[in-house]
Design a protein around this ligand. Structure first.
Ligand SMILES: [Zn+2]
Length: 247
């Protein structure tokens, strides 16, 4: 495909909203949990209800997190994450909406106030009672001494701690959803990158952008249910294509 038209569209856009999914992080060595051989094939998922009420399931969940989070924290942002960071640096990024929990957009240079971590983040743990946030590494480091059932350290709280990601059976943060909807409505270009766009409500943001007549670019290896709404659809590697088209 001739990339010059896409580059033109991006060049004249100054308020770009980008939605990213697992596909942007696979090139940083992070497994897509929906892919065959993905981590969720090896570990049965644990729901929020189970984390709250079943001590054994909760310990099991923390063991799983202890095994998977360090490889995620050691991962480096790839050229695609860095290109989006540069876009933010140039003042052209409106919002970055991500389904990923790996923290690679933060490491790739996108400023915190631009990032909406729709599914939460593995960089933090949260107390389910008082909502205090803890650094995940501090919590991981004390897992053994608390027999894999870490508790809130606030005086008289002692609530259950859980990684600050959205668990199965848990609702997405309504404030994030509101901001994401605004980001899709008020941008001048909407890009969906590395997402198969099958998880609700995330995929609905493409519909919102379309309803408000925003041009849409989709880059994903596989077809998505929204390809027909996109002005441009590419299947290239994000680490290769983004640095070429964003600038
Ligand atoms: Zn607490």
């Amino acid at each position: 495909m001739d990339l010059s038209k896409i580059k033109d569209l991006i060049r004249k856009s100054n308020k770009i909203t980008i939605l990213t999914g697992a596909g942007i992080s696979t090139e940083s060595g992070i497994a897509d949990y929906r892919s065959p051989g993905g981590v969720w094939e090896q570990y049965k998922y644990v729901t929020l209800q189970e984390i709250m009420h079943d001590t054994e399931k909760r310990k099991y969940y923390w063991r799983y997190k202890k095994e998977t989070i360090p490889s995620m924290s050691n991962a480096e942002p790839n050229a695609a994450h860095k290109a989006i960071g540069k876009l933010d640096n140039e003042g052209k990024l409106y919002y970055l909406l991500t389904q990923n929990i790996d923290g690679l957009h933060e490491k790739g240079g996108v400023s915190g106030e631009r990032i909406i971590n729709l599914h939460g983040t593995n960089l933090e743990a949260i107390c389910l009672s008082c909502k205090t946030i803890y650094d995940i590494n501090t919590t991981l480091a004390r897992l053994e001494e608390c027999d894999y059932d870490p508790r809130c350290e606030k005086k008289e709280c002692g609530g259950i701690l859980k990684p600050n990601t959205v668990s199965f059976g848990q609702n997405l943060n309504p404030l994030y959803l509101e901001t994401a909807e605004k980001a899709s409505k008020e941008c001048d270009l909407f890009m969906a990158l590395g997402s198969s766009l099958v998880v609700h409500p995330v995929c609905s943001f493409v519909e919102v952008a379309h309803r408000y007549s925003k041009p849409i670019i989709i880059i994903n290896r596989d077809p998505t249910p929204y390809d027909h709404l996109a002005r441009y659809k590419l299947t290239d590697s994000l680490a290769e294509i983004l640095p070429k088209i964003l600038f």
